[in-house]
Design a protein around this ligand. Structure first.
Ligand code: C2E
Ligand code: MG
Ligand code: MG
Ligand code: MG
Length: 288
């Protein structure tokens, strides 16, 4: 490696690789520090009922803010944490923190937590969840777990048996990023998910693809036919919102309605939606 740097023609390539290696080392250090320190936090993205505009809950999205590297997106550090064997600890923290925060919300609001495949192989997932619910006196129906097709592919029987246990406890289980995988349909029929989250690429496709609407209509029909609530993710425009509402999606999530928000901003979102709800109600029905 060091020898090559002196060779003609390799200079640029090596500098680039050195920078990459440097970044990777930095990220590894950041992930290690995150597990023991307090660099992790959760942001919460609001989810709304399409029909009424009522807030139904939040999705917890993990954030790593490293003192040296600054904010590191989950798409970058989650896969690394998985490789380094730290994802189970990080996941335990996320479940615990999400339940702690949700316990302070009005009781109709649900918190959704994303899970990695490794958490199902740790043997500690069920205990972690049960403990977090108990510690914060959060009823199980107020927690929802989001998994992707990738998790089901790792060892379906092991994953499915734990999902069944969680569903039996009353916890919601959502199939996230639906429509991006290879065999999404097959997995849908094998497990009673309570929710289907349509990947945000479908919302984006509404802008340029004529067939997107028919595909979405079919997905929603399928989800409803299997008794699931259907969420549209990644809604960025008013047009996407009204199309997805017309198509029959039950819940809506996306930058148009609210970006992932810091803990300190949640009260304003919750109260704001409550106040809007009061003004949405017809005058005659209002009681003061
Ligand atoms: P996801 O669960 O599908 O989360 C949705 C992602 O889309 C989030 O990215 C969110 O910020 C982003 N998003 C929401 N609305 C819009 C929109 O209107 N437009 C666009 N372009 N993006 C939108 P984020 O926060 O970077 O998270 C990325 C992924 O990282 C998540 O995808 C999830 O798979 C994973 N992740 C996040 N938190 C956790 C966690 O606590 N544990 C695990 N295992 N994975 C997590
Ligand atoms: Mg998710
Ligand atoms: Mg998603
Ligand atoms: Mg995703």
């Amino acid at each position: 490696e060091a020898r090559r740097q002196g060779e003609p023609g390799y200079g640029f390539y090596s500098a680039d690789m050195a920078a990459q290696a440097q970044r990777r080392l930095g990220l590894q250090r950041a992930v290690r520090d995150a597990v023991s320190g307090d660099a992790l936090r959760l942001d919460f993205q609001p989810v709304y009922a399409m029909a009424t505009g009522e807030l139904t809950g939040f999705e917890a999205l993990i954030r790593l803010h490293d003192a040296e590297l600054g904010p590191i997106p989950p798409s970058e550090f989650i896969p690394l944490a998985e490789q380094m064997g730290h994802i189970v600890e990080i996941g335990q923290w996320a479940v615990e923190e999400a339940c702690r925060v949700a316990a302070q919300w009005p009781p109709h609001l649900v918190v959704a937590v994303n899970l990695s495949p490794a958490e199902f192989h740790s043997g500690t997932l069920i205990t972690t969840i049960r403990r977090a619910l108990q510690r914060h006196a959060l009823p199980p129906y107020r927690l929802e777990l989001e998994i992707t097709e990738g998790t089901l592919m790792t060892d379906s029987e092991l994953v499915l048996s734990q999902l069944r246990l969680l569903r039996d406890m009353g916890i919601g289980v959502a199939l996230d990023d639906f429509g991006t995988g290879y065999s999404s349909l097959a997995y849908l029929c094998r497990f009673p998910f309570s929710k289907l989250k349509i990947d945000r690429s479908f919302a984006a496709a509404l802008d340029h693809s004529a067939s997107a609407r028919s595909v979405l209509r079919a997905i929603v029909k399928l989800g409803h036919g299997l008794g699931m609530t259907v969420t549209a993710e990644g809604i960025e425009t008013q047009r996407q919102l009204s199309l997805l509402r017309d198509i029959g999606c039950d819940l809506a999530q996306g930058y148009l309605l609210g970006r992932p928000a810091a803990l300190g901003d949640l009260a304003a979102i919750i109260l704001g939606n409550f106040a809007q709800g009061l003004s949405r109600r017809p005058r005659a029905a209002r009681r003061n």
